[in-house]
Design a protein around this ligand. Structure first.
Ligand SMILES: N[C@@H]1[C@@H](O)[C@H](O)[C@@H](COP(=O)(O)O)O[C@@H]1O
Length: 286
């Protein structure tokens, strides 16, 4: 696993957007196959989306041949609801770039048959050749997508009942009224994320510090589902300084040191932005 630390959420967003742009562009240097991008909602990726839009406006990237799969969607509110993840994604990202709407995939929480909808989603991901890069945020209990504590680490796309803590956290988007927050969601599974060729997790703010420390310094555990990325061959966490608050000083210095050496190597070998760059300086053999 690689771990990159930046000063604040803006710098995390700049780093993540730059990373995604490099991945898309280097992909199209090798193949015409569409780039398949997994995407999150929430406040954590907002700066990333802002920077991706800027990169698109400057002509640094095109999303014409990019296929997206979102992580999750509420059940019990219509797509047109301002807090649905459909609305979120179009408002904050898709409306501002050149993506083909047919290439956008978001789970349908209004489907008459939710079980079939989940199976159909897994099948669509498979038929697109799998996800190249899955970007994710986390909840303060360490959930990835809506894989709440106790979710199977081999779970696939399915219906999930939301944890009380998540309902409480998300009530800020529903007039701070927990009664208005949906109780259920459709979500990709932990294994669905783990199947991606690469995973990047964005973690900002002190409220995520404990979950981040458990993810990096403790073992893989279903009570902190983001920790599954320890078992991924090509995983990257990008956090701000606030999120490091519960990490050991030694851990923070270790990963900062790794990044410093990696940057030096990239300069010497000119590998920055290539797909192999993420392999260099990795703290553990993959
Ligand atoms: N289902 C989403 C998650 O995918 C997201 O990672 C999390 C964190 O949101 P925020 O970034 O706003 O803290 O919120 C929700 O629970």
């Amino acid at each position: 696993m690689r771990y990159i630390i930046r000063e604040d959420p803006s710098a995390v967003g700049e780093y993540a957007a730059d990373y995604i742009v490099k991945r898309i562009n280097s992909h199209f240097q090798k193949t015409d196959r569409p780039f398949v991008l997994g995407l999150p909602t929430g406040s954590s990726p907002l700066k990333t989306y802002e920077n991706l839009i800027k990169a698109y406006e400057r002509g640094l990237v095109s999303f014409k041949n990019v296929i997206t799969f979102n992580m999750d969607e509420y059940v019990g509110i219509p797509k047109s609801h301002p807090e649905s993840y459909h609305s979120f994604m179009w408002k904050h990202f898709f409306s501002h770039i050149d993506i083909d709407p047919n290439n956008v995939h978001i789970l349908d929480g209004e489907s008459k048959n939710l079980l079939e909808e989940c199976d159909r989603y897994e099948e669509s991901i498979r038929s697109c050749g799998g996800v190249d890069l899955f970007v994710s945020g986390i909840g303060s209990d360490g959930h990835i997508a809506f894989n709440e504590p106790g979710s199977s680490l081999s779970s696939r796309t399915r219906i999930k009942t939301l944890a009380y803590d998540t309902i409480l956290a998300n009530s800020r988007f529903f007039d701070n009224d927990i009664e208005k927050v949906p109780r259920m969601a459709l979500t990709v599974g932990v294994a669905t994320v783990m199947d991606a060729r690469e995973v990047m997790v964005l973690i900002t703010g002190h409220s995520k510090a404990l979950a981040l420390a458990k993810c990096i310094e403790e073992g893989m555990n279903h009570m902190n589902t983001v920790s599954c990325i320890q078992n991924h061959r090509n995983a990257l966490i990008v956090s701000d300084e606030d999120a490091t608050l519960e990490l050991k000083v030694k851990t923070v210095r270790y990963f900062k040191g790794i990044e410093k050496v990696q940057t030096e190597i990239e300069h010497i070998y000119g590998l920055h932005g290539s797909s192999s760059s993420s392999q260099i300086g990795s703290p553990q053999p993959k």
